[in-house]
Design a protein around this ligand. Structure first.
Ligand SMILES: Cc1cc2nc3c(=O)[nH]c(=O)nc-3n(C[C@H](O)[C@H](O)[C@H](O)COP(=O)(O)OP(=O)(O)OC[C@H]3O[C@@H](n4cnc5c(N)ncnc54)[C@H](O)[C@@H]3O)c2cc1C
Length: 396
């Protein structure tokens, strides 16, 4: 007789689990609190829709923290497997110049979601909308807001993280798990912007301006890429990638500092020689010889005294290691992702809750983190695929 599987939450982790559970072994139902599936998936599609990243798998795995937690899932369902599966269900992808993977031009996020839902329907997956899970009862049945209570053979929680509450992923389940004796970690904004107390004059001239092709560092981690100056502070992929290190420093010291290398292709002494050999005044040398942007030059001027600015050794040092102080993270609800959720010690290597056999947690609701750029969705899909494989194997 087929076993019943209830998947609670209808986002990417749920899709993968439902898609790969063997319909000959399981009756699968997704319970979603919204009237529709995948609202955060569609939000992700509004900017650059990075479904995954084309990086070679060993480097790919190294992007996740904590190290090793997702290795088995990513090995089981790699970025290539994900792309192949998407192509099979009618969503071909392409690799952009950044090596990120996008749906082929002209394929809108809603079309990607629809192909996935069609795939689930074809597998016989059932959907229960407007079903918000609110607790277990005394017999460990799952209770929903509309007085429905169910006791499936297997439960997959795929409730998402704690940002962008409007999508349904509001993290309100954290307390329910804590009260059940399952250890949770408070949500923390990741892949988010950070506050900088810009001088008003600098802001007027530079708001919206990108700082490109630089290396940004914090807490020993280096990230080459781009950030954008905003009224709040800094946004952009390079700062998102450092969000864990910045958050840790904010927690321990009350403020954090990132360091920018404006000229990663040159050493400090090379820069100094270039400046010394220039006939132009310092500002013109920075512009013409070193090709620094007006924003980069304005930053240097704001950070150095007039005397320091004209001393080539001092200037070269600052070009290679320019500090920006960050005072706070953006509001958690604006973050692309969150860490925190279910503590990783609570689940085994198949994401099964150690204290609740046959209940599993997958996706962003677990306390892991990765940079944006396709790694988050890949992590969620890989976890779903891995749980499905485990359950299929367990039933045979
Ligand atoms: C602005 C933005 C841009 C992003 N861009 C990218 C990108 O380009 N690439 C990338 O890899 N990632 C991106 N992400 C991250 C990615 O969308 C998420 O990591 C991913 O959606 C998480 O999947 P999930 O299945 O774990 O949870 P979610 O997608 O959050 O789904 C969880 C579902 O559970 C439901 N739910 C919650 N509580 C209950 C309950 N009690 N009962 C029933 N249902 C419940 C929610 O309504 C929701 O539908 C982006 C995120 C944001 C916000």
């Amino acid at each position: 007789m087929k076993k019943s599987v209830a998947i609670i939450g209808g986002g990417p982790a749920a899709f993968a689990a439902a898609a790969f559970l063997d319909p000959a072994l399981f009756n699968v139902t997704i319970y979603e609190k919204n009237k529709s599936l995948g609202r955060k998936f569609l939000v992700a599609g509004k900017g650059g829709f990075n479904l995954t990243h084309s990086e070679e798998i060993e480097a790919f795995k190294s992007r996740y923290s904590p190290t090793g937690f997702l290795d088995a899932a990513l090995t089981h369902f790699t970025n290539h497997d994900f792309r192949n599966w998407l192509a099979e269900i009618g969503t071909p992808t392409f690799v952009g110049s950044s090596k990120r993977v996008y749906p082929e031009k002209g394929i809108k996020p809603i079309a990607v979601l629809n192909r996935i839902i069609e795939c689930l329907v074809a597998k016989g997956v059932q959907f229960e909308y407007e079903h918000e899970w609110i607790n277990w009862d005394e017999n460990n049945n799952l209770v929903f807001t509309n007085d429905v209570s169910i006791s499936p053979d297997i439960i997959l929680f795929a409730l998402g993280g704690g940002s962008w509450k409007v999508t349904g992923s509001d993290g309100s389940w954290l307390d329910i798990f804590s009260k059940k004796g399952i250890q949770t970690v408070p949500f923390r904004a990741e892949n988010c912007g950070f506050q900088v107390d810009w001088k008003p004059d600098f802001l007027i001239q530079n708001v919206g301006v990108p700082i490109k092709n630089c290396t940004f560092s914090c807490g020993g981690k280096h990230q080459t890429g781009e950030v954008v100056i905003t009224e709040f502070g800094l946004e952009g992929n390079a700062i998102y990638a450092l969000s864990s290190e910045i958050q840790s420093e904010l927690t321990s010291k009350g403020r954090a500092t990132i360091y920018i290398d404006f000229k990663p292709g040159f050493s400090e002494s090379e820069l100094q020689i270039k400046l010394e050999n220039s006939d132009a005044n310092t500002t013109q040398a920075l512009k013409r010889t070193l090709k620094l942007s007006p924003t980069q030059i304005a930053l240097l001027k704001s950070n150095l005294t007039k005397e320091e600015f004209t001393r080539t050794a001092e200037l070269a040092k600052r070009i290679k290691n320019f500090p920006i102080h960050l005072t706070a993270a953006a509001h958690i609800d604006e973050a692309i992702s969150t860490s925190g959720g279910i503590a990783l010690d609570e689940v085994d290597e198949n994401f099964e809750l150690k204290s609740l056999p046959s209940s599993f947690c997958i996706g962003e609701m677990l306390d892991w983190n990765a940079p944006t750029g396709g790694y988050l969705l890949q992590g969620c899909f890989s976890m779903g695929a891995r749980v499905a494989r485990h359950l299929n194997d367990r039933e045979i």
